[in-house]
Design a protein around this ligand. Structure first.
Ligand code: ACM
Length: 511
């Protein structure tokens, strides 16, 4: 008996025979790692109604979990036998091993509705495993469409099921501000609701005239952070400034460049309305990013910095005067004032800082991590400049793009001929082939992006994420091989997705 493990382990050998497990599953584990076994127990209880019994060292047990300090932090070893042995050097390694054990059982172990299962057969197997990349992420845009705490926590569970470990939350944009900031209350009072949204494709110019809104309180974000920590997923909050700021300016017009009153933007695309470069706007940027960072004390923080139109700065005498003060020749250099101000404040508080690859257009503060979205070439450029990089090229990893060229695909941001099939994702190379191997250590890993202009429901989110995220998880784990090897495992894996209630896109659709 083999099981379609995804992501595939670095080393696996199926032995003959199986072991049978029944409830209660007896696990021996060190006191300080018991939380991991309890989470596993809660998962089994939810899926098949079983309980996990934590037994003492040396007692009869089904699974014995041992510390092996010489293993890398996320690595683990498994030997399934009458007394199954799991070894790891960290709780994350243990959690990954337990995830693999769960995949070694039937798909019912992933069900979100309990079924009656008397006994399960697990194949005898030896596995040695660990990821090639430390950063294995998904980005979720909660601005264009808001997703509630429950949906985000479910997504975290799905990431953990694929041994992905970062969730990047895009918390503000022109179309909605999604986090309550006590010292700037109008951001959530005004900036979190837009009057209307486009229907169908933006280019069709049709509006729904229906308000859309929502935001997270500090306690909502704390729930998300706790849930994520339990699943060994780190939340990476993003405050995207000085562009993508129309919702903030709608709330606080004095932060903008124009006197007309603005509303939270009701179109998709990039608004020309950006923060002014005055002292109050810089203070605002620092203030909000520090507050959001304080809600995620152990997280790196993303400061956005993408797609900032300069037209308003070019037309503003105040901005021109700031340019003269700094000896800038081009308006786009003004963006560097925000980058520096936000980054140095965050660094003072001990946060690592990330930004989209547009920061490469100016001097980049030392230690900043670049998220390379426009192409892999931007990642190569960052690495050549001595910067670490998270690969997120839109051509492979923008999961808001069409799943295929089939006319039946739901409307997506990029029209045909742009499509990103799961097969294409599976062919992605995290380290760009043209990167000097001596610079490969700058590649921290990769993340997929779920921009949500066209993703309005949880089912649609599932459809855009899966199976592409399953393919991505193996790529970024570092064990992708051929499509011929992957496909049969993916066919088994979608049964797990179905058990979890994931509305995944079928593997084959007529194109
Ligand atoms: C981006 O897609 N604007 C980062």
């Amino acid at each position: 008996m083999t099981r379609g493990l995804i992501p595939s382990p670095r080393f696996i050998e199926y032995l003959s025979g199986t072991v049978a497990w029944q409830s209660p599953l007896r696990i021996s584990i060190d006191e300080e790692w018991r939380g991991v076994a309890k989470t596993f127990g809660a998962d089994l209880e939810k899926s098949i109604g079983w309980s996990v019994e934590l037994v003492g060292e040396g007692d009869a047990c089904d699974v014995e979990i041992l510390g092996l300090p010489e293993l890398d932090v996320e690595a683990f070893q498994i030997s399934v036998a009458a007394r199954t042995r799991v070894e790891a050097s960290s709780p994350a390694g243990v959690a990954y091993a337990l995830t693999v054990l769960r995949q070694l059982g039937p798909a019912s172990l992933w069900s979100d509705v309990p079924s009656a299962v008397a006994s399960i057969e697990v194949p005898c197997v030896v596995i040695q495993d660990g990821p090639a990349f430390a950063w294995r992420g998904l980005h979720l845009d909660v601005s264009r469409h808001f997703f509630d705490v429950k949906t985000v926590c479910r997504l975290i569970d799905l990431l953990a099921a694929h041994r992905l470990n970062r969730l990047h939350l895009h918390l503000n944009d022109d179309q909605g501000w999604r986090v309550e900031i006590p010292s700037w209350p109008r951001l959530s009072e005004i900036g979190s609701t837009r009057r209307s949204s486009p229907v169908g494709h933006e280019d069709d110019g049709v509006d729904d005239d229906t308000p859309h809104g929502g935001f997270y309180s500090a306690s909502d974000l704390e729930s998300i952070r706790h849930h994520a920590a339990k699943r060994f997923v780190q939340i990476v909050p993003e405050i995207d400034l000085p562009g993508h700021a129309q919702a903030a300016i709608a709330a606080y017009p004095e932060l903008g460049n124009v006197t007309d009153s603005l509303e939270v933007w009701t179109r998709w695309g990039i608004s020309d309305h950006v923060l002014s470069v005055g002292p109050r706007s810089l203070e605002f940027a620092e203030d909000v990013v520090l507050y959001v960072a304080s809600l995620f004390p152990d997280s790196p923080v993303h400061i956005g910095g993408d797609e900032c139109p300069t037209i308003e700065w070019e037309q503003s005498s105040d901005a021109q005067s700031v340019m003269r003060d700094h000896g800038f020749h081009e308006a786009r250099q003004l963006q560097g004032l925000f980058t520096k101000r936000m980054a140095s404040a965050l660094e003072r508080e001990g946060h690592e800082v990330l930004a989209w690859d547009e920061v490469l257009d100016a001097e980049v503060p030392k230690g900043m991590v670049v998220v390379s979205w426009r192409s892999s070439a931007k990642g190569v450029e960052a690495a050549k400049r001595g910067l670490d990089v998270v690969m997120a090229p839109m051509q492979f990893l923008y999961f808001d793009w069409l799943n295929s060229l089939s006319p039946d695909e739901p409307v997506a941001l990029a029209p045909a001929p742009f499509a990103t099939t799961w097969e294409k994702v599976y062919g992605f190379s995290v380290v760009p082939p043209d990167l000097d191997p001596e610079l490969a250590h700058h590649v921290r890993g990769a993340q997929a992006q779920l921009w949500s202009e066209y993703i309005t429901t949880r089912d649609h989110l599932d459809y855009m994420a899966f199976p592409r995220l399953a393919a991505f998880s193996e790529v970024v784990w570092g064990t992708a091989s051929t499509e011929t090897d992957f496909r049969p495992r993916l066919e088994e894996h979608v049964e797990r997705l179905a058990a979890m209630g994931v509305h995944y896109r079928p593997l084959d659709v007529d194109e």
